[in-house]
Design a protein around this ligand. Structure first.
Ligand SMILES: C[S@@+](CC[C@H](N)C(=O)[O-])C[C@H]1O[C@@H](n2cnc3c(N)ncnc32)[C@H](O)[C@@H]1O
Length: 368
């Protein structure tokens, strides 16, 4: 199959999933072939199957298949400490999945000539797509990891694109172009939105990012900056999971030895699988809480935040630290039921110089 045929097939898949609707992005996908951004050795990470090593030298066809599949390709583990061939470690850089990338780009509503800041260059593929749409002189991409940025620069050169690449902490934005950014596209997970992004964006400008406050998957947030320097916007219909902004990675827990035992009132599985709307409510009402769930019999849940944690196995609840996180979670669940079980698109986020808050239906209905 030729590269052109592979890109056409990928575009058809993205169109049928609803990720790709605009011809301009179809043209960009053809202009900057994704395989130019795949390292010779990397870890393919399908959503519905086990990950596997792709090695161009060993199996060029499988490598090419992964380049044009709608799933992420992991390019770095543990900030480069762990060999990618193990696939075993904390994912720290990747070539994001085409569907998520394109859906985000459409949410960003980029016009030709827009001055765009990308945070998290990774392989450089998104920066290349943005350059094709907005014009390469208008795109700045910031990456925190020098080795990642060096590879991105090579990839972009091979693809014939020259956005401006900057080594630095994207949490600070890119003050050199402030306050004239039209668009900010963050391609790492964010729990707390740095106000610098809002401050550096012109009124009416758009900021999109994966909001990942602690429960997987995260949410695609689309904010517009107002004339008063406050950014307001809603969550899009579909979720997204990205690698976290480096200084917002969730801390590991250190809990005290004392604990309290009780039984869950509501079914833990019912709560954890209630959907993304409840996840947003939890993030709004219990900021800083992370959770993981493990399928099986018994169904298991772990919650943690600061010095507190809760572990639920079946209906047995064990809570550690000052906060009773499971009890708090049940309270949020019942409040969300009383609100009519709103889905994630009914929620939104406001970012001010003082911080951020989540609202339901309209910005003045802040959930507390
Ligand atoms: C999911 S990857 C980005 C994918 C990329 N946009 C692409 O098209 O391939 C996330 C990237 O964000 C980078 N990153 C994490 N924290 C950052 C920060 N504070 N500033 C800039 N880049 C950061 C990581 O090093 C990683 O390369």
């Amino acid at each position: 199959m030729s590269v052109r045929q592979r890109i056409d097939a990928l575009c058809c898949e993205l169109e049928s999933n609803g990720d790709l609707t605009e011809p301009a992005w179809r043209a960009a996908l053809h202009a900057v072939p994704r395989h130019l951004f795949v390292p010779d050795r990397a870890w393919a990470a399908p959503y519905d199957a086990k990950g596997y090593l792709i090695d161009r030298e060993q199996d060029a066809e499988a490598w090419m298949d992964a380049a044009y599949a709608d799933h992420p390709v992991i390019t770095q583990l543990d900030d480069g400490v762990t060999d990618i061939a193990t696939g075993d470690g904390y994912y720290t850089s990747s070539l994001s999945a085409p569907g998520v990338v394109v859906d985000f780009l459409e949410l960003l509503r980029v016009y030709e000539g827009n001055r765009v800041l990308e945070i998290g260059t990774g392989t450089g593929w998104t920066a290349a797509l943005l350059s094709h749409r907005a014009g390469e002189g208008n795109v700045v991409s910031v990456e925190i990891d020098k080795s990642v940025l060096d590879v991105a620069a090579d990839n972009l050169a091979r693809a014939g694109c020259k956005p401006r690449l900057v080594l630095g902490d994207g949490a600070a934005g890119f003050p050199d172009r402030a306050p004239f950014l039209d668009r900010v596209h963050v391609t790492c997970g964010v729990s707390q939105v740095p106000y610098a992004w809002v401050e550096q964006t012109r009124p009416g400008g758009i900021i999109v990012f994966p909001w990942m406050p602690g429960l997987e998957p995260g949410h695609k947030a689309v904010l517009t900056v107002g004339r008063d320097g406050v950014a307001i916007g809603r969550f899009s219909r579909r979720g997204a999971s990205y690698m976290m902004l480096r200084d917002q990675r969730p801390p590991g827990g250190e809990y005290g030895s004392g604990h309290r035992e009780s039984r869950a009132t509501a079914e833990p599985r019912r709560i954890l699988e209630a959907g993304a709307g409840l996840d947003v409510a939890i993030a709004g009402l219990m900021p800083g809480v992370s959770a993981t769930a493990k399928q099986g019999d018994p169904f298991e849940v772990t919650l943690w935040s600061g010095q507190s944690a809760a572990h639920v196995s079946g209906a047995e609840v064990t809570q550690y630290g000052d906060r009773s996180l499971w009890d708090e979670l049940e309270d949020v669940f019942f409040r969300w039921i009383e609100w009519g079980s709103p889905d994630r698109t009914r929620f939104g986020l406001t970012v001010t110089p003082e911080g951020q808050h989540v609202w339901l239906d309209q910005p003045d209905n802040v959930i507390r």
